[in-house]
Design a protein around this ligand. Structure first.
Ligand SMILES: Cc1cc2nc3c(=O)[nH]c(=O)nc-3n(C[C@H](O)[C@H](O)[C@H](O)COP(=O)(O)OP(=O)(O)OC[C@H]3O[C@@H](n4cnc5c(N)ncnc54)[C@H](O)[C@@H]3O)c2cc1C
Length: 488
């Protein structure tokens, strides 16, 4: 059996299958957001026909102008960092994607204009987003819109507007999906229910997926759910970019929790159409509001000067929008006995993490990679997709370990603690502290935080000895033990 690091490395490969075999007649993907679109792209190699059922009316899918947030993806108004691993996978499935994105207005951040602050002090080395080439910075609707346009060009993929409502099951296998064509403006179902026949169904309905309930309707068990209550609130605003105010392309700022200090997160990224998107986030009872005055005062009070400068002097475009996420959540399909054949899940429907670490789209792209690996191995499709979920588990475990180790250091997060938590947290803290001033350690840490490498790669003796020696040599003040995680 391959180690998790090895599986992760294989899923991170960027070659496309040479001669993919068509092993599926008709595949149906429920949800046409990032994870669903990526899964549809992979399935287009292996299925005669792929149908994406999406609840939002997205209009002409091939249109590559005027991308706006949409109701089915409420997080789409907020900062979305595309981690290098996600970018590489997008390039893998849609060759030329990065060039196309840049031509359409995505920003390639200048490394000299990327800053990472911890408790107001700039780290010498920021999380390295250019570790595998140039980074891309854009809004979430822009990225999704470009991916959707590429998927719409695939001859055997069709996107239909409708709300999926249940599974059709025949003899332990999923054979179709019930759906209501079209939806009303309030998101409710309108059209007469229809059944879409399917040989293979993908749940890409996001973190609120109702798949568990649909399985229960057929007397089948639901995947066990694990939650970590992070109680995170984002407030986000767009600003016109203005070189008179700042030359910043990307800024991350962490205020770490300590006695008398509250943990907070701030972020700025330059995005298409000459704008900055800026977020401030708080935990537990520290909830940023939609009030502009609150946004501005948080920027000035809690973060480095550039945040206050943009908030006070910049032209705000539109209103402040907020988003509350109660928990990080994973559905352990790999642990489920009795999953029907012909059914998988991808993206946030499997696991969603604290978004400040920017893992979601990269994780979804690695799920697509797992789907490709699974289908290339000519699996028995009349059996549950255990081989697929075993690979997805590796991706989920890696992202979960990285994000929850950091979140468990927040005073209001009281578990669940994994076995060996104290040791893992202590070593993570050592690497985070020393990597601020050590280029090689920063590179290794960045490989993990940008999801290019499995977290186990940091637990090698050589890395830990290097970190311990660097710590001994350093004269700087120790960073609080809560500073375990870099932002994207
Ligand atoms: C505030 C916030 C900030 C984030 N920041 C980042 C970041 O910086 N970087 C990053 O990589 N990720 C980030 N994420 C995570 C990222 O948004 C998701 O991981 C990513 O969008 C993948 O999601 P998905 O496609 O699985 O689900 P979603 O994007 O949630 O999409 C689900 C889709 O399913 C559709 N749907 C739902 N129910 C039905 C139904 N019954 N029938 C048909 N369609 C249905 C919805 O309309 C929607 O299109 C952030 C998340 C949040 C909440």
């Amino acid at each position: 059996m391959l180690s998790p690091s090895r599986v992760f490395a294989e899923l991170s490969e960027t070659g496309r299958p040479d001669d993919p075999r068509r092993v599926i007649g008709r595949a149906v993907v429920l949800g046409g957001s990032m994870a669903g679109l990526l899964a549809a792209r992979v399935l287009s190699d292996h299925a005669d026909q792929v149908v994406i059922i999406e609840r939002d009316d997205i209009g002409p899918a091939a249109d590559t102008t005027g991308f706006e947030p949409r109701p089915g993806v409420p997080q789409g108004s907020h900062v979305h960092a595309l981690l290098p691993s996600g970018q590489l996978q997008l390039e893998r499935w849609f060759p030329g994607f990065a060039d196309e994105a840049v031509a359409a207005g995505a920003v390639v951040p200048d490394p000299a204009a990327v800053r990472h602050y911890v408790n107001g002090t700039q780290r010498r080395y920021a999380n390295d987003l250019t570790i595998r080439g140039r980074a891309l910075s854009a809004t979430r609707p822009f990225l999704e819109g470009l991916v959707r346009a590429r998927v719409a060009q695939l001859a055997n993929v069709h996107i239909v507007h409708g709300q999926a409502a249940g599974l059709v099951m025949t003899g332990g296998k999923v054979t179709g999906v019930h759906h209501h064509p079209g939806t009303s403006p309030d998101g409710g179902a309108t059209g007469v229910p229809q059944t879409e026949p399917a040989d293979f169904v993908v749940d890409a309905m996001g973190r609120s997926s109702r798949l568990g309930g649909w399985l229960a309707e057929h007397g089948l068990p639901s995947p066990p759910v694990r939650r970590m209550p992070i109680k995170l609130t984002y407030a986000t605003a767009l600003f016109r970019r203005d070189p008179q105010i700042s030359d910043i392309d990307v800024a991350f700022a962490q205020a770490l929790p300590a006695p008398g200090c509250v943990a907070r997160i701030g972020g700025i990224t330059a995005v298409e159409d000459d704008r900055w998107i800026m977020l401030v986030a708080g935990y537990n009872e520290d909830r940023p509001s939609r009030e502009r005055a609150d946004f501005v005062s948080r920027c000035r009070r809690d973060f480095p000067a550039v945040f206050g400068d943009i908030a006070e002097r910049g032209e705000m475009l539109g209103d402040v929008v907020t988003y509350h996420q109660a928990d990080s959540r994973r559905r352990d399909f790999h642990a489920l006995d009795g999953l029907p054949a012909g059914l998988i899940a991808v993206g946030d429907a499997v696991a969603s993490f604290n978004p400040v670490y920017g893992q979601g789209m990269a994780a979804a792209s690695l799920h697509a990679s797992a789907l490709s690996a699974y289908l290339c191995r000519d699996p028995r499709l009349d059996e549950p997709a255990a081989g697929y979920f075993a690979m997805v588990r590796v991706v989920v475990d890696a992202a979960w370990q990285t994000s929850t180790t950091a979140d468990l250091a927040l005073p209001h997060v009281d578990g669940p603690y994994p076995p060996g938590y104290r040791l893992i947290a202590g070593l993570a803290n050592l690497i985070f502290m020393t990597s601020a001033d050590d280029r090689e350690l920063n590179r290794r840490l960045s490989m993990v935080t940008t999801m290019l490498a499995h977290p186990n790669s940091l637990a090698r003796p050589g890395v830990l000895i290097h970190a311990a020696l660097a710590r001994l040599k350093s004269r700087g003040p120790a960073v609080s033990s809560t500073a375990r995680q870099e932002l994207p």
